[in-house]
Design a protein around this ligand. Sequence first.
Ligand code: ZN
Length: 434
Amino acid sequence: MMVLTERQKSRGRIALRKIWAYIRKDDFKRLEAELQDVLLLGWDAATKEAINDVIRALTGDSELSKSDLEKMLAALELRLGVKFAGRVAAPLVQIQTSAYAIGLEDIILVKPTFSKVDYAALDMLERHNTYWMRNYYDKQIAGTVQDIGRAALRAGLTRREAGLLFQEAFQNQINQGIRYWEGFAAHVITRSRELGRVEGYVQAGIEAYEVRAILDRRTTPICREMHGRIIRIEEAVKLRDALLEAKDPEQVKQIAPWLKPEQVQGKKTAKLPTGMALPPYHFKCRTRTVKHRGTSAKNTVVEMEPGKKTPEVLLGRSAEEYTNLLRDIRARKLRFNKKDLAHDSIKHMQKFKRIKTVDEYVNAARNVVKTSDKILVQWYKNRELQYLFFGSDGIVTVDMAMEIRGYYFHRADYIERTFQNLLREKIWLKTSKS
Ligand SMILES: [Zn+2]
């Protein structure tokens, strides 16, 4: 069996992503793939140089000296810091400018001309990103290399022995670097795109925009929490201006810290810190913002009625934000969670006399979701949001990974009572049909 190295695997992933980006014609995915290529090729060249010119140059049987080590550390830092950043600087600027421009153009729908604020944003992006590229080696790798060096000195290794030791230790660091640059590329694109969008929203006179995560099993809890939130453009402008004024890139961590889901759950969007106005909400974040769209009347939550014991955490979202989630759920052909389906098709399916096959069961559940005019939301097991859709003789639950989690039979003459009982701990989302 052929064993692929980290590097080959990551090349493979890039090739696949490029193909997908092309098929989907997603400009940002394409730019991300391009930037990843640039970074990984640059990193590949820089690390090869470091190994060949610096580490392999450690030869001979004389004992490794302190000055050998210091010279080596300085040479590595140069190659993996400043030289690496210099190598990728030009394409980086080009790609992040494209992401910014397309982010802006998506909103204003005409080719943008850059103003002072755009140039300031692009300049900030360039300074910050260059800083992270230059300092990755210093912050993440240099310490380990120093530790190995000190151990080699103490052990009295020869230069040749120390060289071999460094080479081996280096491989692991290089692989970590590869993973880092993949994530970094995504981060650069997200930041550039979202800053472009802010200017787009301003120019287009849009008052509020919407946070849109990719909802699947991989979605992080924080992005699930932010999905569907409607944010006022002033917040994004405030955040953008704070980022532009950051004295140094490290300060960004204070301006837009990555919060835990518990710090956001149950909070009204207007009460969230300014730093949450725009993604990324974490490293490798796939979330974007979009112009807030209206929705059809049947998906519009016109009133929220909480029960007597409804947990606070459910009250953070507004009717409009619950509308967004409802629209997303109904826009899809929902999958039935595999595990739950295996269980329910034995335990619950047979109680519906009219349903004979698993396919019929799944379709009937989907139909309840699409047509129900009695909808509750619950805080399931104290940790996640779920929607409950009432049909004429059953209830369907849907989670935020956009999967059906159950379809339970209830006798038609009892379903109203069940609804009233359940309502106590949930919120009744009244649509115009309810
Ligand atoms: Zn995310």
